[in-house]
Design a protein around this ligand. Sequence first.
Ligand SMILES: Nc1ncnc2c1ncn2[C@@H]1O[C@H](COP(=O)(O)OP(=O)(O)OP(=O)(O)O)[C@@H](O)[C@H]1O
Ligand SMILES: [Mg+2]
Length: 244
Amino acid sequence: MIELADIDKTYGVGDVTTQVLKGISFCVEKGEYVAIMGASGTGKTTLMNLVGLLDKPTAGQYRLEDNDVVTLDDEALSHLRNRKIGFVFQQFHLLDRANALRNVMLPLIYADRYPEDAEDRAKKALEAVGLADRMHYNPNKLSGGQQQRVAIARALINDPAIILADEPTGNLDSKSGIEILAIFKRLHKQGRIIIVITHDNNVAEHADRIIVLKDGQIAEDKPIMQPRDAETELKELNNKEGQS
Ligand SMILES: Nc1ncnc2c1ncn2[C@@H]1O[C@H](COP(=O)(O)OP(=O)(O)OP(=O)(O)O)[C@@H](O)[C@H]1O
Ligand SMILES: [Mg+2]
């Protein structure tokens, strides 16, 4: 489904160019859950931007399903991105002046998709992340974990085959983090590809594969034999809280 071969990415600032990615090759098949790890500045976000069609590689090949991504123009790229990929960021990136429902509807409005039932779809997406009762709240009236769930509902509104998340639990307390990971686990069971960038082993161990970047190259690419199960961990956490 995702096929990267010999990907290079070089940034230029003024006269200075820096090669951030150096010959990255890997494939991700339908239904895989991958964690990408590596030190700060090693190129994780750069890689996510390429996989997410937000940026183009300097060299190399990228196939996404049957599309030769490198040859597509900007319009074709954004069309493909809107339909295939949902993004989740560390900083949520919600519009503060719009309520949760409106935030979730926005991708449909931009894409001019389902104009008649955009609102119904957004409601369903918010229900799916357990926020039916917060639909009319603006982001600044929601906790961090709730804001991240709104962001996930927004990412799901176009029913993407791929979820790309860059440090999705980085700004959350551990319970809210587990709630997010439980949602990811569910989305994974639905057959979606989940790719999570994290520096936290506790997050990465929920994936079934870890790719470690080092200095712009893949240092390690290994399966996790027994991934942690966030849904079970969340239940245990809730039970414990119920007892105390
Ligand atoms: N638009 C840009 N222009 C120039 N240089 C950039 C640009 N974006 C990133 N870089 C450089 O590329 C390198 C990798 O950045 P990137 O954001 O991919 O790292 P990262 O692994 O995501 O780090 P972190 O864990 O801190 O988020 C950094 O040295 C950064 O300065
Ligand atoms: Mg980053």
